[in-house]
Design a protein around this ligand. Structure first.
Ligand code: PLP
Length: 385
């Protein structure tokens, strides 16, 4: 199987498995216990926290371990909203946030919290002028993704941080797709709270973190003594050790830039090769600032399920739009927000490359996919078998 779905999840790195296994077998005590095994677990937790903080450019005390980005996003938004001064009630979300995060926005709105959405342009980039108009003194917080999981478009975090801070509001950023793909430094990022998930960068699933700048008013949501009373519940120590090992394995900032350049070159070769063989190819957000390994495309009016079926026959795993909403026939909310007509949006296929992708993998797709698709010319779905 050739894996072109790295934005959905990534295979755990060997170093991650090696770091986690002894924690399952040997360091299984509760880090809150006072006895010697508990204290050993507590030291392991502390060492992992230090590694995470060093890798992400924050203080160890600014790391809150969670079950992943979905939980981090909820903790950030509800925690910042609940701590906002009286008179600041409105929550501003990006309009192309992850589907789970937009469900939170709708839940808040249904419960009476005023909610606004930051629009995007036709190429998926943020409409900064509209953002300037929407972020005002009644805002409790702004919540924006760093990079979109479908188009890969990177959002102007520094500019939105300046707008939010000028209005006296904190900024939460869902950096789930950015961290692991491009260098990241919390101290210079501009956001007050940042969400991440380990499985997006070769760590284990079900573990992540919320980075919360020291001194930012925030109200805990799950009560307990762990994580400095900011997130109750016995820590997922093997997962946390795996998260730290995954960040460590990413290497230095310059190594990450080199990997990003390799991936961007592979992604460009993929898009060039497919465009040569398939003139009906359209790539969304191709000229916008985007993640190096993400390609979001349609081939004429071929439905996504037809293309995915052909890819599957070739042993290639890819995705239509956001993985979490695959299988449904609703068009991607991201493409809808970009003004893409429904029929075009239903043709959207995402190929996302990652550390395991090679030039041979890309050559294989470019050589094998077009003839299979041409066979179902004039680009209509094949008859049922
Ligand atoms: N935010 C973004 C941008 C994502 O891409 C994802 C996962 O696809 C999530 C949040 C949710 O991550 P998790 O399922 O690990 O909680």
């Amino acid at each position: 199987m050739l894996y072109f779905d790295h934005n959905a999840t990534t295979p755990p790195a060997p170093a991650v498995l090696a770091a986690m296994l002894p924690v399952f077998s040997d360091v299984w005590a509760n880090p809150s216990s006072q006895h010697a095994p508990g204290q050993a677990a507590k030291r392991t937790l502390g060492a992992a926290r230090t590694t995470v903080a060093r890798a992400l450019g924050c203080k160890p005390a600014e790391v809150i371990f969670t079950s992943g980005a979905t939980e981090s996003n909820h903790l950030a938004v509800r925690g910042l909203r609940d701590a906002a001064p009286v008179g600041r009630r409105r929550v501003v979300f990006g309009s192309v946030e992850h589907a789970g995060h937009l469900k939170l926005a709708r839940a808040l709105s249904d419960a009476g919290t005023p909610v606004s959405y930051l629009p995007v342009h036709a190429d998926g980039t943020l409409d900064l002028r509209a953002a300037g108009e929407l972020i005002g003194p009644d805002v409790a917080l702004v919540s924006l993704m760093a990079a979109n999981n479908e188009t890969g478009v990177c959002m102007p975090v520094a500019e939105v941080a300046a707008l939010a801070h000028a209005a006296g509001a904190p900024l939460h950023v869902d950096a789930t797709q950015l961290i692991g793909k491009l260098p990241f430094d919390f101290a210079r990022f501009g956001a007050d709270a940042v969400s991440l998930s380990a499985h997006k960068f070769h760590g284990p699933k079900g573990v992540g973190a919320l980075l919360l700048r020291q001194g930012v008013p925030w109200a805990p949501q799950t009560r307990g003594s762990q994580e400095r009373a900011r997130r109750g519940g016995t820590e997922n120590l093997p997962g946390i050790v795996g998260l730290a090992a995954a960040l460590d394995a990413l290497g230095s900032a310059s190594a990450m830039v080199a990997e990003a350049e390799r991936l961007a070159a592979l992604r460009d070769a993929l898009e060039r090769g497919l465009a040569q063989a398939l003139p009906a190819l359209h790539v969304w957000s191709q000229h916008a600032p985007r993640l190096p390994g993400t390609s979001y495309l349609r081939i004429g009016d071929l439905q996504a399920e037809v293309v995915l079926n052909r890819l599957e026959r070739l042993g290639i795993a890819a995705s239509s739009g956001a993985a979490c909403s695959s299988g449904g026939s609703e068009p991607s909310h991201v493409l809808s927000a970009m003004g893409v007509p429904r029929d075009d949006a239903l043709c959207a296929v995402r190929l996302s490359l990652g550390r395991t992708t090679t030039a041979q993998d890309v050559d294989f797709v470019v050589a094998m996919l077009p003839p299979l698709l041409m066979a179902c010319s004039p680009f209509s779905p094949p008859p049922e078998p």
